[in-house]
Design a protein around this ligand. Structure first.
Ligand SMILES: *Cc1c(COP(=O)(O)O)cnc(C)c1O
Length: 400
């Protein structure tokens, strides 16, 4: 059957890819009395650990929750410094604020948008030196009580792993762990190694726009027994191994993943290779079509990214393009699009708390102003991709 040339509008920004198998798996849970801390959770964690190739997978209620647990496992607390990136989804920096730590931002690589390891090395050395050297990297405000460097938190932006081999010597030299925010990178690999395993712990997220979904959910993956134990205790109200239901060794949270979500996750994980292949195919369609459109640049990847796991499809606009007008013209044609990312250091609460200003991280800001995410999911049809690209071409032509 030929594909319909004019897809129904509007085209969604993202869509989960669900089948009868997922629906049956969730319904089966509802026929049992086990809705939390049951067999689905155990099975999902075992399957995830096996798939990623780690000793431990600890499923949680969101990617943000998983990152927060890693921050707690690393012992990050009041005033501790953590080097991280301002070009990310806000959650990767927010989890540091939850513990009143100080995010020490460094700028990113202009090609990949990932944290620049050379800047990480310089920032770590200067922080260790203290005084005037350290102040070059600390925010203008809110860092009067800056403590020692406690960790590096890198983000695998848009499904492409950061440069971990270049980050490792800095982490080693300063004796700090690396937390990998791989929430956008399930299925990616770096120099042949699996995303999520490239630091002391990695975190995947399962919001409906991610490579696979559990509705809400996330997972911490690690080979570190101590971190896994902490994550297990803290997600479950601080109950340590051996604690009874009303005994709480630690200050914990309710970050548990319920059984319906775990069952959905297990069914999606079984299909992961298919899900990733479908996303690859859609990205390839975009790549072909966009090559014909002047004024837009397709995503770039580094050679070290031996597999990019397509999370979003983010193009870069030429400096002459008025992005706001373009977004409106696309919207008029039934095509949603989204500026991606809005730099974290310029979010209002970061400006208020730390005194950041435009110009502080120029590469991040340039990427932030020029990037545009197009509709993307594994269930997009070729006709939909063609339609989006035609709309983009027309909308760009209307640009003066
Ligand atoms: C999706 C995402 C998260 C976590 O998101 P949740 O909505 O909490 O699951 C964290 N960091 C990045 C970079 C993300 O894209």
């Amino acid at each position: 059957m030929p594909e319909n040339r004019t897809p129904s509008l509007p085209i969604p920004m993202s869509s989960p890819d669900l089948t009868q198998a997922e629906r049956q798996a969730v319904m089966a849970v509802l026929r049992t009395p086990h809705l939390s801390l049951g067999p689905q959770l155990t099975a999902f964690e075992a399957a995830m650990a096996e798939r990623v190739g780690v000793r431990h997978a600890v499923a949680v209620s969101s990617g943000t929750a998983g990152l927060h647990l890693c921050v707690r496992a690393a012992g990050i607390a009041d005033g501790d410094c953590v080097i991280t990136t301002p070009f990310s989804f806000a959650a990767s920096a927010n989890v540091l604020l939850y513990e009143r730590a100080i995010p020490v931002f460094v700028d990113v690589d202009p090609d990949t948008g990932n944290i620049d390891p050379a800047l990480v090395a310089r920032a770590a050395a200067d922080l260790a030196q203290g005084g005037k050297a350290a102040r070059r990297w600390l925010p203008r405000k809110g860092a009067e009580q800056a403590g020692p460097l406690k960790a590096i938190l890198a983000v695998d932006v848009f499904g492409q792993p950061a440069d971990y081999d270049a980050l490792a010597p800095t982490a080693e030299e300063h004796g700090v762990p690396v937390i990998e925010d791989s929430c956008e990178a399930l299925g990616a690999s770096y120099e042949g190694r699996t995303a999520g395993t490239l630091g002391d712990a990695g975190v995947f997220a399962f919001y409906p726009n991610k490579q696979m979904t559990t509705g809400e959910g996330g997972v911490v993956v690690t080979d570190r027994d101590d971190w896994a134990e902490t994550a297990r205790a803290l997600r479950n109200q601080g109950r340590a191994v051996g604690d009874t239901w009303l005994a709480h060794t630690h200050l914990g949270y309710n970050y548990r993943m319920d059984e319906m979500s775990a069952a959905l996750g297990l069914a999606q994980l079984t299909r992961l290779d298919e899900l990733l292949a479908k996303r690859d195919r859609v990205a390839a369609w975009y790549g072909e079509r966009l090559a014909e459109i002047p004024g837009v640049e397709p995503p770039r990847s580094a050679d070290s990214a031996t597999r990019v796991s397509w999370f979003v499809y983010v193009i870069r606009l030429g400096a002459e393009v008025d992005r706001r007008a373009l977004v409106e013209r696309l919207q008029d044609r039934g095509v949603p699009s989204r500026p991606y990312f809005s730099p974290i250091h310029l979010q209002p609460y970061f400006v208020e708390r730390f005194g950041y200003r435009p110009g502080d991280f120029p590469v991040t800001e340039d990427l932030g102003w020029r990037s545009l995410a197009l509709p993307f999911s594994g269930v997009m049809t070729q006709a939909q991709v063609d339609y989006v690209c035609r709309a983009l071409q027309e909308a760009l032509r209307g640009n003066d």
